[in-house]
Design a protein around this ligand. Structure first.
Ligand code: F6P
Ligand code: MG
Length: 489
């Protein structure tokens, strides 16, 4: 375990986003899950056994919601046959007794989703059911304009990139930054932040200025370090290829520890496709979750659902949803031929990369364990060793950042490398966090920045709450070069 020097955020702390999350967001999340399962129970038809099991799950979820709202104790996780039950319960016993509204935030929130998953796993007919799947795909459908815009741009960029290849490194670095920033803001669901770029545009002052505007909200931006890591690896591989037997392996891997499904997974795949096409990686390994997690996180089935939507975009985008019909909304506009061909290009690009083994999905139970990623070397040594073979491991989103930094109340100027402890310098892993801020923890800021943001409108003022960091408006892009030796300071 990465025992750190700062305190954990707690659901009992009024000034933490944990307070609001436990009292307002968790009951809503549970209500959504109850509604979803209830709806599926209605669709069971003649399958009475399934219907009865579904009703039991609804009752369990309702009881859990009651427990959360009434600050009842966290009970041991029922044995659903998974290998992490004992570790969850040992930690609960060690931290406990805990009640919902006075618990360490990170542990309690992971426990909440893990506990929900037992209700399904212990059933016969619902063991693989995801109560958030409907929500995830609905949100993806509603991001249609941005999806189409990016699909068009990706096709164009790939053509232009092929034409300019291998001679313009300044433009390549700019494009790398653009792709990473699109991928970063895809987590904020604030789609308006996407800039409209072409390969030529990004070389013009205006394009650079537009990007600089969005960059003003990135409080720490280590993308140049990440680009340097990937180009150095590419150069070294080219050098090795010259001296080694023809055909010997020159694999260069980039890993993406995924966050959310739908639009965010879509932009992650755009980044993966770009890295492969630009020769900045030869393989991209994606790490999804294997149980429904923090509502929107990617499960392997979400990857399939996304590809399915792209394979059949007409029914996906043009069939009115039940809600649209009930609200009497006009039918969605048909896709144009150009839009359909842009989506078809993406579909063929991604399915080919997947079929060729250039894009790989690799779930691991470690990602849904509670607590810090600093536990990786001890709790998941095989995964740790595997990640060491990657040139760069990209951690997407807010929760992954909370886990990287142990979700502790660090001083905001604490260096990122220090806050990530065992994954920092000397770990053998190059870490890049692409995080829009949606929780209290933040590190690596210049002195005075946190204070300045607190004093700005809605930033929390003198309340003691770091409110500016709760709404996804600000971001941090932090890189740690763990393949380099630790320096004593
Ligand atoms: O419930 C709170 C939270 O854990 C916050 O950290 C964050 O707002 C959200 O859930 C998860 O965000 P993300 O999908 O970016 O990890
Ligand atoms: Mg998430």
């Amino acid at each position: 375990m990465h025992d750190a020097e700062a305190a954990s955020y707690s659901t009992g702390e009024r000034t933490s986003f944990a307070w609001e999350t436990a009292r307002e967001r968790w009951p809503v999340i549970l209500t959504q899950a109850i509604d979803d399962v209830y709806r599926s129970v209605q669709e069971c038809g003649d399958d009475k056994e399934k219907e009865t099991e579904g009703r039991v799950i609804v009752e369990k979820l309702a009881r859990l919601k009651y427990d959360v709202q009434h600050d009842r104790p966290l009970e041991p996780i029922a044995d659903d046959g998974e290998s992490d039950v004992a570790a969850y319960n040992a930690e609960l016993a060690q931290l406990g007794p805990l009640s919902w509204l006075k618990a360490p935030w990170l542990f309690a929130e992971c426990y909440l989703f893990r506990r929900m998953s037992t209700y399904f796993k212990l059933s016969t007919h619902w063991s693989r059911y995801d109560p958030f799947a409907r929500q995830k795909i609905r949100t993806f459908r509603s991001s249609r304009p941005a999806v189409l815009e990016l699909a068009a741009r990706y096709g164009e960029l790939m053509q232009q990139m092929d034409a300019h290849k291998a001679d313009d490194f300044a433009a390549e670095e700019t494009l790398f930054a653009e792709m990473c920033e699109i991928c970063l803001w895809g987590n904020a669901t604030d789609l308006s932040l996407l800039t409209n770029l072409t390969y030529e545009d990004i070389q013009k002052l205006q394009g650079a200025e537009a990007r600089r505007k969005a960059e003003a909200n990135i409080l720490v931006n280590d993308l140049p370090t990440a680009y340097n890591i990937l180009t150095k690896a590419r150069d070294a591989a080219a050098q090795r290829a010259k001296t080694q037997t023809p055909g010997s392996s020159v694999e260069r891997r980039v890993d993406i520890v995924l966050d959310n499904a739908g639009f965010e997974l879509y932009v992650d795949l755009i980044l993966a496709g770009y890295l492969l096409r630009a020769g900045l990686a030869t393989v991209v390994v994606l790490h999804p979750k294997n149980i429904p997690w923090f509502v929107s996180d990617v499960l392997p089935s979400d990857f399939a659902a996304l590809l399915n939507a792209l394979a059949n975009p007409k029914p996906f985008y043009e069939t009115p949803s039940e809600e649209e019909e009930l609200q009497g909304k006009p039918a969605p506009a048909p896709l144009t031929d150009a839009e359909r061909s842009d989506l078809a290009f993406l579909f063929s690009e991604w399915t080919q990369m997947y079929a060729n083994g250039q894009v790989v999905m690799r779930p691991n139970i470690f990602w849904t364990q509670p607590g810090s990623f600093g536990r990786l070397p001890k709790n998941a040594p095989a995964l740790f060793d595997d990640l060491k073979t990657s040139e760069l491991v990209i951690f997407k989103g807010d929760l992954n950042y909370r886990k990287l930094t142990s979700d502790l109340d660090w001083d905001a100027t604490t260096p990122f490398e220090e806050a990530i402890g065992p994954l920092g310098p000397g770990s053998g892993i190059n870490v890049l966090a692409l995080r829009t801020c949606k929780a209290d923890v933040v590190v690596g800021l210049p002195a005075g920045k946190d204070e300045e943001l607190r004093q700005a409108e809605g930033g929390g003022g003198d309340s003691g709450a770091r409110k500016w960091a709760w709404n996804g408006k600000w971001a941090v892009v932090s890189c740690s070069q763990g393949k380099e030796a630790a320096t004593s300071s």
